[in-house]
Design a protein around this ligand. Structure first.
Ligand SMILES: NC(=O)c1ccc[n+]([C@@H]2O[C@H](COP(=O)([O-])OP(=O)(O)OC[C@H]3O[C@@H](n4cnc5c(N)ncnc54)[C@H](OP(=O)(O)O)[C@@H]3O)[C@@H](O)[C@H]2O)c1
Length: 303
């Protein structure tokens, strides 16, 4: 049985991934800061460790999925919090590198976290952004760039390396859960001018895409983890309202977003690029939910 080590395995994506990886026959080890709390959040059969030193020298780890990091959307971005976003991700990744560099047995593949924020500030421009695109500098870009750079030394260990540039993951947690309350009260609507792109992905496709990336030995480098049909915020809003059978006519003006959420609102809510998953599609991955309407119907039926 092959072994997968997951950091951030107690989080929204990590919990879905852990369960699916087990179902696909992996032995799953989750590195967590708090094993007692993790035990209540993860299915039985997953091994929980609070330090890499708990892995014994002869114990092989075949794949590592590195998702750990301080949550970005929990509030305003102060300078101290921005530093924590960087440090939590970079320190975890550096610790992984130091651990495996000192070992004879190295993982065959590292799927290392990143985000579509790598591409930086964007507006309503139509140009599709694939993995070869350059970036427009802002904090989100700097964070993702430093996170990716901290994983890069794994290549010198002979480990295949993927930078998972993740879009807005839709599921029972994360961005969708935050959007639901106003929409359910009929108070939802476009954010700013609604022209900004929202590259999204259904949580089931997110997990399937990670497992596909682990298996595809010829896939490496940046991989956009987004559905093939990103939509603008205005269209996302319309479809969310329709899925909930509620109006979605109350706009949240850009200046108000900036006052309420500061830089976080500017970069996560008012900006976006039309990111497309070219590499994973070229590698033969088929999305179960390529269209937003189907993803929302699946996630919100019964709401
Ligand atoms: N969800 C999305 O839409 C999305 C989009 C783009 C990128 N991403 C990135 O993908 C990764 C996983 O996303 P997610 O939504 O599953 O995140 P999440 O639910 O916030 O979980 C992140 C995990 O990271 C660990 N963590 C939190 N703060 C930490 C800190 N200060 N130091 C070390 N570890 C810390 C926690 O694990 P323990 O408490 O067990 O240690 C937590 O379970 C994140 O890094 C996120 O930035 C997510």
């Amino acid at each position: 049985m092959k072994t997968m080590l997951i950091t951030g395995g107690t989080g929204f994506i990590g919990r879905h991934l852990s369960a699916q990886a087990m179902a696909h026959g992996w032995q799953v080890i989750v590195l967590t800061r708090d094993t007692a709390s993790a035990a209540g959040r993860l299915p039985a059969g997953i091994r929980l460790i609070d330090s890499l030193d708990r892995l014994t020298q002869g114990e092989p780890v075949d794949a590592v999925v590195n998702l750990a990091g301080e949550p970005l959307a929990a509030g305003r971005w102060t300078e101290a919090r921005k530093q924590k976003f960087i440090d939590s991700r970079v320190a975890t990744t550096q610790a992984l590198y130091q651990f495996f560099a000192a070992r004879e047995q190295r993982p065959q593949v590292l799927i290392s976290g990143s985000a579509i924020g790598f591409y930086g500030a964007g507006n309503g421009q139509d140009k599709p952004v694939d993995e070869s695109a350059g970036a427009v500098d802002n904090f989100s870009h700097q964070l993702c760039q430093q996170w990716e750079q901290s994983a890069a030394p794994f290549e010198s260990l002979g480990t295949r390396l993927i930078y998972l540039r993740t879009g807005i993951v839709l599921g029972e947690e994360g961005a969708l859960a935050k959007m639901l309350p106003p929409f359910k009260f009929g108070l939802g609507g476009p954010v700013g001018d609604g022209q900004q792109w929202m590259p999204w992905i259904h949580i089931d496709d997110m997990v399937a895409l990670i497992l596909h990336s682990v298996d595809q030995s010829d896939l490496s480098g940046p991989v956009n983890a987004t559905a093939p049909n990103p939509v603008r915020n205005r269209e996302f809003t319309r479809q969310l309202g329709a899925a909930l059978h509620r109006p979605a006519i109350f706009p949240m003006p850009g200046p108000l977003v900036r006052i309420l959420f500061g830089q976080m609102g500017e970069e996560l809510l008012l900006q976006g690029q039309r990111v497309v998953p070219s590499k994973v599609q070229d590698s033969g991955f088929n999305f179960q939910y390529p269209l937003l309407e189907d993803a929302l119907t699946d996630l919100l039926s019964g709401q």
